[in-house]
Write a protein that binds this ligand. Structure first.
Ligand SMILES: Cc1cc2nc3c(=O)[nH]c(=O)nc-3n(C[C@H](O)[C@H](O)[C@H](O)COP(=O)(O)O)c2cc1C
Length: 142
């Protein structure tokens, strides 16, 4: 099997990947302390893989209501955004590129599991009332 085609650089607009090996997004569930905030272990993990032409990060929640995966990182708060910066810098220092995969899990997200915001909690209560009254509701993506 020939692998040479994987190693030439690849120009993508303003970006140039040093090779054509891209790391697939892989949810690791390590953003646990504090919950949903990227951390140093994740920084080590991505820096170790900076030899790839480009890293696509694990899917990263865009809102409390849109994330239903325990310990997955988010990027909806200033704290999370700041926590991603050293991770990105680490990959750049090691000569790699990294792109964030944005994640909204859609209607399947359970409000109960996703640490909902206050408005979402109110909607959950309202939904229970409608269900008790015997009406069916189709959740809306938020
Ligand atoms: C543990 C695990 C976590 C994954 N997390 C993501 C993810 O966060 N985002 C995504 O788009 N795909 C995710 N995937 C899908 C992988 O990117 C996918 O498996 C990979 O591209 C290889 O494709 P294949 O499984 O069809 O061979 C995940 C797969 C595994 C096994």
């Amino acid at each position: 099997m020939q692998h040479e085609a994987l190693f030439p650089p690849l120009k993508m607009g303003a970006l140039e990947a040093k090779n054509r090996i891209f790391m697939a997004p892989l949810t690791r569930g390590r953003a646990a302390k504090p919950m949903f905030v990227p951390n140093a272990m994740m920084g080590t993990y991505y820096k170790q893989r900076a030899g790839a032409g480009m890293i696509l990060t694990e899917a990263t929640g865009i809102s409390t209501e849109g994330l239903g995966w325990p310990s997955a990182p988010g990027i909806w708060s200033d704290e999370q955004t700041e926590a991603w910066k050293p991770i990105v810098e680490g990959v750049h220092e090691a000569g790699g590129l990294i792109a964030l995969q944005l994640w909204h899990m859609g209607r399947i997200v359970s409000l109960a599991e996703s640490a909902p915001s206050q408005p979402a909690k109110r909607r959950l209560r309202a939904k229970r009332i409608r269900l008790r009254a015997g009406r069916t509701t189709r959740p809306r993506a938020r």
